[in-house]
Design a protein around this ligand. Structure first.
Ligand SMILES: CC(C)(COP(=O)(O)OP(=O)(O)OC[C@H]1O[C@@H](n2cnc3c(N)ncnc32)[C@H](O)[C@@H]1OP(=O)(O)O)[C@@H](O)C(=O)NCCC(=O)NCCS
Length: 241
């Protein structure tokens, strides 16, 4: 029965239409050449606010949105949910120009705050990655956060490419430049981990609970833990079960 419904386009379209009708969702768009492209989606209490020009929001097929706030302020920004996404109780803020936020197929977001700010900043969450608890992911000043496929994020995690305030030397020159954060494929990030600017986590690795990571690691299959973080085990992998 379930498979029959899944394969029947007409039933899905009718169901999503009725669901969306009673779901108290709304969109307010101000400016020119903004577009919201929607596939067959299920949305409840989803609020979209766009202010600026030439912004594009794509909400891909068979995605479920419940209690989602999307706010874009600026021009030429692009936000994409590829499809089959589950997004619950989350806020997405893009404040800037030419920024890009891409969420891959079947990614799962829960209790997330995403901030993409400044000029040409970019956040990519690849296919099948999942966030289960509260997390803040923020990039700005033209930096990028790239999260690989099939990553698993626990609770209360912070990932950021910038410190938010400049630190200067005695000549007034800034010393804390923002830097990309790169997370490979199949990475498990434990409770209360913090990934600060410049952090790179290789494929098949684990970041232990409470770790504060500021450095780049390139050997796949390691456990990185502690504050300051260090490699505590090598030649490991983990299973999602
Ligand atoms: C990272 C983790 C998975 C490693 O487990 P493990 O392979 O059994 O590691 P061990 O307990 O053998 O510890 C190995 C070493 O790392 C240290 N270590 C492990 N986890 C640590 C952590 N979170 N912070 C600091 N040090 C840690 C241990 O003290 C030990 O140090 P030593 O070799 O000097 O004695 C685990 O410690 C952890 O952090 N679990 C929490 C995961 C989580 O957040 N789950 C929530 C649900 S998604």
């Amino acid at each position: 029965m379930k498979n029959f419904i899944k394969r029947n386009d007409f039933i899905i379209r009718t169901y999503s239409f009725v669901y969306n009708l009673i779901g108290l969702s709304r969109a307010r768009v101000r400016g020119k050449k903004n577009a919201i492209k929607k596939g067959i989606i299920f949305q409840k209490k989803t609020r979209i606010k766009v202010s600026g020009n030439n912004n594009l929001i794509t909400l891909g097929n068979m995605s479920r949105f419940n209690n989602i706030d999307i706010r874009i302020v600026g021009n030429d920004n692009e936000l994409t949910f590829s499809g089959r996404n589950n997004a619950f109780r989350s806020r997405v803020i893009i404040e800037g120009n030419l920024c890009r936020l891409y969420i891959g197929n079947s990614a799962h977001l829960n209790n997330l705050k995403i901030v993409v700010a400044g000029e040409k900043s970019e956040l990519i969450i690849n296919d099948e990655s999942s966030f289960f608890g509260e997390a803040l992911i923020a990039c700005s000043e033209g930096t990028k956060i790239a999260i690989g496929k099939d990553c698993m994020f626990s609770n209360n995690i912070i990932i950021r490419t910038m410190d938010a305030h400049p630190i200067i030397d005695e000549k007034g020159k800034r010393i804390n430049h923002s830097q990309d954060v790169i997370i490979g494929d199949h990475v498990w990030i434990g409770d209360h981990a913090i990934l600060n600017k410049g952090a790179c986590i290789p494929d098949n690795s684990i970041v232990g609970s409470g770790a504060v990571v500021t450095k780049k690691y390139d050997q796949p299959g390691v456990i990185i833990a502690g504050n300051p973080a260090r490699i505590v085990k090598t030649n490991i992998n983990w299973l999602r079960k």
